[in-house]
Ligand binder design. Structure first.
Ligand code: HEC
Ligand SMILES: [Cu+2]
Length: 309
């Protein structure tokens, strides 16, 4: 799957832009240093072979002091200065009107909690043009939240809460990735940040606030019985029904999400069917058991889940 913007070098927000500028400065200084070094080295090789007979001066030359000590120090001090400046550019106090969203890391998915009580997974919706303050915690091990196009990385550490500001003026879907090794499926612990104009964001949030849609057909209704009967409800919440498990993602509005299993596969009926019967085929070792279902149960369950808009 690939979405519009994903790279740290394609910044779409002020924090990411400041970080990208710093990166370019380091590339330019690094390249310039390399060119100076290469010229001196080649010059030395040429001269060295021309005057091979001459034992030369054994004392450290001014060139070594300048090129080996002074020049690197100057370059590193410049980089340090700009790094400190970049750290100050990225806000660490609440900007006016910031929206607060909680992100809880789990092996291997993201729980997202909005101020109005909505709980979702793996998709952080934000209003474009308004700063967002993320409160980052973890339910198990250390994870790291990273949406390269929007901001730097921030760890989710057991027993504490870290904050990260994300901010973009450009609506779009931005890819993110857990950036701290957190176990077997760390690589498949991805997420999407979905930035929408304020009005559309509010509509989305209001829709997510609603309880789950009631099954729209008799077979979807059967599907809901299957969901309750085979134990899905012990790990998953579907608000407005008896299902109130918390071991896995909230499924109240599952069908409104773009992906399944932490942005591992697109949210299509085909992938959903594979996931529900054998999640390990998509994500080996995942904390969800495979479930034996007959043909009819499977069809009804998928119909029910597809109706959770
Ligand atoms: C032991 C707890 C457990 C049980 C039982 C369980 N699940 Fe899950 N489920 C999880 C976990 C944990 C995840 C997150 C996996 C990941 O992405 O790493 C998950 C993910 C999902 C997802 C993907 C959600 C998303 O937004 O990515 C769906 C759909 C799902 N489960 C449906 C079901 C159904 C249907 C059943 C019953 C047949 C079921 N689950 C049984 C724990 C469970
Ligand atoms: Cu990880």
């Amino acid at each position: 799957m690939s979405f519009a913007a994903s790279g740290a070098l394609d910044p779409r927000g002020p924090a990411a832009r400041a970080i990208a500028d710093l990166w370019w400065l380091m590339v330019v200084l690094g390249a310039a240093t390399f060119v100076v070094f290469a010229v001196v080295l080649i010059g030395g090789l040429v001269r060295g072979s021309a005057s091979a007979e001459d034992p030369g001066d054994e004392r450290p030359s001014r060139l070594i002091l300048l090129g080996g000590v002074a020049l690197p120090s100057v370059v590193l001090i410049i980089v340090l200065g700009f790094t400190v400046r970049t750290m100050h550019t990225i806000p660490n106090a609440a900007p006016e009107g910031a929206l607060q969203i909680e992100v809880v890391g789990h092996q291997w998915w993201w729980e997202i909690r909005y101020p109005n009580g909505v709980i979702s997974a793996n998709e952080v919706h934000i209003p474009a043009g308004r700063p967002v303050r993320l409160e980052l915690t973890t339910a198990d091990v250390i994870h790291s939240f990273w949406v390269p196009a929007l901001a730097g990385k921030m760890d989710l550490v057991p027993g504490r809460s870290n904050t990260l500001w994300i901010d973009t003026d450009r609506p779009g879907v931005y890819e993110g990735q857990c950036a701290e090794f957190c176990g077997l499926q760390h690589a498949k612990m991805r997420l999407l940040a979905v930035a929408e104009p304020e009005g559309r964001f509010s509509e989305w949030l209001a829709r997510q606030r609603a309880p789950a849609a009631t099954p729209g057909s008799p077979s979807a209704d059967e599907g809901q019985q299957v969901f309750a009967g085979v134990g899905c409800a012990s790990c998953h919440t579907v608000r407005g029904t008896a299902a109130d498990g918390t071991g896995g993602p909230d499924l109240t509005h599952l069908a409104s999400r773009r992906t399944l299993a932490a942005a591992t596969v697109p949210n299509t009926p085909e992938h959903l069917e594979v996931w529900v019967t054998d999640p390990h085929a998509i994500k080996e070792g995942v904390e969800m058991p495979a479930t034996e279902l007959d043909e009819r149960q499977r069809r009804e369950l998928i119909e029910y889940l597809e109706g959770l808009r």
